[in-house]
Ligand binder design. Structure first.
Ligand code: ATP
Length: 363
């Protein structure tokens, strides 16, 4: 998959920008601090995920003093062209594919499939469970439209059940109707999340030794409120029966997949407790490149790889190993403030970014 052309209008510090990029090539975005390198990567990421990796506030991406932004791209996907456009105003996102409006996010997310590796990724191990669930959910949403609709059904049912539990006179029959449906969708979601995590870890386990000098074992466990086995639905019924009196007192659903977590492990200890920064970096690199492999196996093409400011964080050994492991067919965007003296052994293009303007340079 390749971004062939990217157009930004009133996006962060890009007033109007339209630029063509080369397929399967490494694009090296160089510039001093605060010039717009990450903004450009954010625009590509936004078209893939319909959200930013830096903020939950859509408004903050609109150029100061303007009312809306537009990000548009021509993307090559499995030898076919896709034309994608998103306009964001202060109220909402407007999606277009080949200039036709797209109503459902699930029909848009993942058409352009980009994966990101940035310094903030290390917080995956230490931040709240919500971020770890989001990591898995975003990737599954890009890979499967049915996952997106199953997840949004769950969120809708959870909201409805919570509303029913909030009433002073709780309609227990109605609460049970929502619960029966929630149990059905949760068993699907748990299975998909768990299978995805297992296959991702199989890839990551193979890749980790390339980024680590030591012999270490990495692992991950999907943590949910019931045992993951063929009897999941009856386990759920039991668990909800046990907690129902408490739910009535607290007026909300107290257990469910909206509280699940992933426990990442290094030599069977929680990563957040034992791993050094370097080990966390190696772990995330293995996860992201493992993800690229999974996407390749499922879709027949590599995603676009966005590496934001990561080379300054990696030691020489990890830099070399990363370069060696980057698939040759992958289009890659790398931001950095330093001109790197590296033999890439493949086609590389260099760009200077200054005050929201991009210009191709020789080196
Ligand atoms: N909504 C916005 N409107 C206008 N300018 C913005 C907006 N949001 C951010 N900026 C500007 O974008 C610039 C930051 O761009 P970006 O985050 O891409 O920096 P960078 O080149 O990656 O720098 P660094 O190397 O420090 O990470 C800053 O000058 C900031 O003021």
């Amino acid at each position: 998959m390749n971004v062939e052309k990217l157009t930004c209008f009133h996006f962060r510090n890009y007033e109007t920008m339209s630029f063509s990029f080369v397929p399967k090539c490494i694009h090296f975005l160089y510039g001093k601090n605060a010039q717009g390198k990450t903004n450009l990567i954010e625009a590509i990421y936004f078209l893939s995920h319909l959200r930013s990796f830096r903020t939950n506030q859509m408004d903050s991406m609109i150029m100061h003093g303007c009312n809306e932004f537009c990000v548009q791209a021509i993307v090559e996907s499995n030898h076919r062209k896709e034309e994608l456009k998103v306009i964001v105003d202060h109220q909402k996102k407007h999606l277009f594919r080949f200039q036709n409006p797209v109503k459902k996010y699930s029909d848009f997310i993942g058409i352009e499939n980009a994966i990101l590796f940035c310094p903030d990724d290390l917080s995956l191990f230490t931040s709240s469970p919500k971020n770890r669930r989001r990591f898995i959910d975003m990737e599954l949403m890009k890979l499967s439209r049915t996952y997106t609709s199953t997840l949004s059904s769950y969120q809708k049912l959870l909201k409805q059940r919570n509303q029913a539990l909030k009433q002073s006179n709780i309609d227990e029959c109605l609460v049970q109707i929502y619960l029966d449906q929630m149990i059905e969708v949760q068993s699907v979601i748990i299975k998909q999340r768990n299978e995805f995590l297992n296959s991702l870890m199989n890839k990551a386990r193979e890749l980790y030794p390339f980024f680590s000098n030591e012999k270490e074992e990495i692992g991950a466990k999907y943590m949910t409120f019931i045992p993951i086995d063929p009897d999941m639905k009856s386990h759920m019924k039991e668990a909800y029966d046990k907690v129902f009196e408490k739910e009535k007192r607290y007026h909300q659903t107290l257990i469910g997949i909206h509280r699940d977590d992933i426990l990442f492990e290094l030599n069977e200890n929680p990563v957040c407790e034992v791993a050094s920064q370097g080990q966390k970096r190696s772990f995330v690199l293995a996860l992201k490149l493992g993800l690229a492999q999974i996407i390749y196996e499922k879709s027949g093409q590599y995603p676009i790889l966005l590496l934001d400011d990561v080379f300054s964080e990696l030691d020489d050994f990890r830099k070399r190993q990363l370069i060696e492991k980057l698939p040759r067919d992958m289009q890659i965007f790398i931001t950095t403030t330093e001109r790197l003296n590296i033999n890439w052994n493949r086609e590389v293009r260099f760009y200077d970014i200054e005050k929201g303007r991009i210009k191709e340079v020789l080196k």
